[in-house]
Design a protein around this ligand. Sequence first.
Ligand SMILES: [Zn+2]
Length: 171
Amino acid sequence: MSRSYLDFKAIRERVPFLGVLDRYHIEVKRVNGSQLKGRCPLPSHTSKEPDTFCVNTDKNVFCCHSDSCKKSGRGASGNVIDFVCLMESIQAYEAAAKLNEWYPDGLPPKPATAAEPEENRPLAFTLKDVNPEHPEFARAFPIPKDEGHPIIKASSVCRFGCMMVITGGSG
Ligand SMILES: [Zn+2]
C-alpha cells in the first residue's frame, strides 16, 4: 500500500488538542485560559500522583510530570501526533493519518482555546444616578404609555450586564 503524503506540521497545527482528548474521552480541568490538567491517560503512566498530565491549548502540546511517564523511554511530552503515538503505540505516520482522518484538511480548526462564555456578573457597585432622560436609558428601558415606570427588557439586562431595581416616586 502506498502512503499518501501527510503534512505533519499542518496536522500538528490544525488538530486541536481538546478535540483529541475528546476522542479518547479524557477529562481535564481548565487551570487558566490555555492550561488544562488532569489524570494522565498514557499507557506508560503508573504513578499515583494526581493531575500530572498538562495540556497547553495555545501551543497545542502536552506533557506528563510523573516519573513513570518520564522514565518510559518514549517521552511524555509533545504535540498531538506524539500524543496519539503514545496512546495507541503506533508510529508517527499512522498517528498523523488518524488525526488527518478525524480532522480532514479543509475543515476550519475548532477554536480550541475559546474560553467558555463568561456569564454576566452582578455589578460590584450600586448603580446610582441613572439619568432617565438619557436617550440610551430610554432605549434600554422604554416607558409604556399606560404605566408610570420603565419596564426592564431581558435583552437590556443582558446588554448592560446588570439588574436594576427601579423604584417609583422620589427614590
Ligand atoms: Zn503520565
